[in-house]
Each structure stands twice: as structure tokens, then as C-alpha cells.
Ligand binder design. Sequence first.
Ligand code: ATP
Length: 373
Amino acid sequence: MSEPAAVEVIDVSKRFGTTHVLRSVSLPVAAGTIVSLLGPSGCGKTTLLRTIAGLERPEAGEVRVDGRVLTSSTTWVPPERRRIGMVFQDWALFPHLTVAANVGYGLPRRAPAADVDAVLAMVGLDGLGDRMPSTLSGGQQQRVALARALAPRPAVLLLDEPFSNLDTALRVQVRAEVHQLLTRLGVTAVFVTHDQAEAFVLGDEVAVMAGGAIVQQAAPAVLYERPATPWVAQFVGDANLIEGRGEGRRAATVCGPVPLLDEAHGVVTVLARPEELVVADVDAGTVELVEYYGHDTVYAVDLDAGPSVRARAGSAPRWRRGDRVTVAHSGRPAVAWPADAAGSADTLAGSASTASRGDTTVSGSPDAPTPVP
Ligand code: ATP
């Protein structure tokens, strides 16, 4: 790789026919960092990546790399002159070319074979240059695609769902290898995925997209703890959205008082992650479901004073379906949104809200007594 470069996408808009696919999207990527683009299917992730690569021409906005304008209303640098490497979803290897020929494809004709060997060694494929792609495992083919993108020493690497062709076990392994490699090389990379775990593990920052817009861009921990909207909260993890009454720096909820990060008054929607809730032996609700994950157990509890909430306990199952329990908040200060803002935020995410992962949205009377031992 050459020196990593900063990428700036500024107010980019793109339509396909009457479909507005990118709506004034801005995406800053600091040099040497990895930004994950996370969003539901069809939200515009690939189109944004292709716009950075110069494979799509937007109607408005700019793309700059290290301050140099590559795309604007008056400037157009063709893809092959952008020094941007791309790894596609299907890896797009040439089946009739050897591994070495695939990797050397984007290099000048007279590039020494040692250059190809060096890149193959870098991705852990030394000695496999003479093999045909079909004789390699899925994980090895993925690394050939990565080697081919890295060989011309790009300033920026773009990866579009690069692990989606791998089965679950291999995916986790290859993801860790690629993460290690990109970190070691200090590459500037934009990585598209619709998998939250993948986005969090690989990204220094995660940009969450919905309906052609970036809803929030932040470090994974910030996204998780301070999501900008209830929809983002649900999209980046398991979330209980509990109705409550703001009383300054705390809210009264069906799960008892919840400390708040920011002052709030009136009716609010409080984010309570399952790990912030504890189950106790009090006759206030019924265990509906027990999900044992090995490292922890999630209980879905139907509270008498409100609907169901999910609580995560770091131990083997202690309660069984049908047991009478209560659930109380016992975690760190939480985010709360004014109830009306929470509603409009869901609307903002548009069709994307249907893609949230079956997380729980709950409400209940904030006045209901919540006996907590
Ligand atoms: P996925 O996760 O499913 O790959 P995505 O978030 O990457 O989705 P895009 O591939 O960018 O989404 O597509 C965004 C929208 O633009 C979709 O509705 C898609 O059908 C549409 N679209 C993409 N490319 C074209 C094209 N060349 N012509 C017309 N419509 C297109």
C-alpha cells in the first residue's frame, strides 16, 4: 500500500430513474481508518461505494481523496486513475487465470513477478501463485481478491460485502484475518455490510444508512450507547424501547427508575439494552421465553404492567418459562427521546424500519409499581 489517504464524500445525490438512491450523503473517512457502511438491503450502500470508486456518476456532490477532487460537477477522474482498490461481493476472480495472473492483472505489464509474490505473501498465500482459483477454498479465493485489490498499492480500499459468500464459521475466521491485515497495513478502507457484528468488529467508525441517507456515523461504542434515533438503536443491537416519564436525569418506567444521560421531561422513549436489565424473583411478570446462548441467557418477560421486555443475564438459565419474576433497570445511564421525536425518527428510517431484527419495542405504564428487591 502507498500512504493511506483521507476520503471525503460531500453532499452526494444520485437517482436511478425516479428512485432517489443517495440523498445528499456526506461521509468523511480519516486516513488510515476503516469505516463500515451498515444498512438494510437496498438503502444505497453499494451505490455509495461505486460512487467513490468512480463507477457511478452522481447528479450532485463531490468525492475527494486527500483533498484532490475526483468527482464534482466539473471534474471526473476515471476509476482506473483514482488509485482506489475494490473487492467485490463475488470476488470476481478470472477462473481461467492462475492466482498469480489474477493478482497481477491490475499491475503494469512489466511489473516484476516478485511484486505479485510479495502481495501473495502479505495475504498468506505464498506458494499458491500457480494454482487455478477453482482449486482454492472459499477463504483462499477471498484472499486472492484482496491481494488483487492491494497489488497496485491503492490509496484507498473499498470492500463490498466481501464475506457474504463464505459459510458462517469461515466467515468469522476470514473476517479476523482481513481485519488483522488491514490494521497492520494501516489501510484507509470503506467496508459495506448489512451485518451489525461485522460492521462493529471491522470498523473504527460505523456509518448507518437508511433510505439513501446516513443516519449516524460514529465509533461503534458511541452508536451502541448513544444511538441518534430509536431505529438506529434497534438496528445496532438488541433494544428494548420503553415508554417512560422524564423527571430530569431519570425516567420512571415499567422497569423502575432509569438514570438518563441527558435531562428529559414529559413522555419519553427510553433505550434499555437487555444487559442493562436484571430479572428478580418478584411476582410482577411471567417468563415467556428463555434463550440460552452459552455465554449468557436472554429472558423475554411479559410484565403485568406492560408488554414484553428482554433481559440478558451472564449465566446459565436460572428461571424457566412460566416462572413469575420482575425486571428492573440496573445499568448505566440511558438515552431517552421525546415520545414524538421517537415516532418521527422511526419514520425517518422509512422502509428500513421493517428490516430491524425483531427487537422489542415496548411500552407500559410508567406509573406501574415495579417492585425491585
Ligand atoms: P444490498 O445490501 O442489497 O446490496 P445496497 O444498500 O447496497 O443493497 P444498492 O445496491 O446501492 O443498495 O441499491 C440501492 C437502490 O438502487 C436499490 O433500490 C436498487 O434497486 C437501486 N439500483 C441500484 N443500482 C441500480 C441501477 N444500475 N439501475 C437502477 N436501479 C439501481
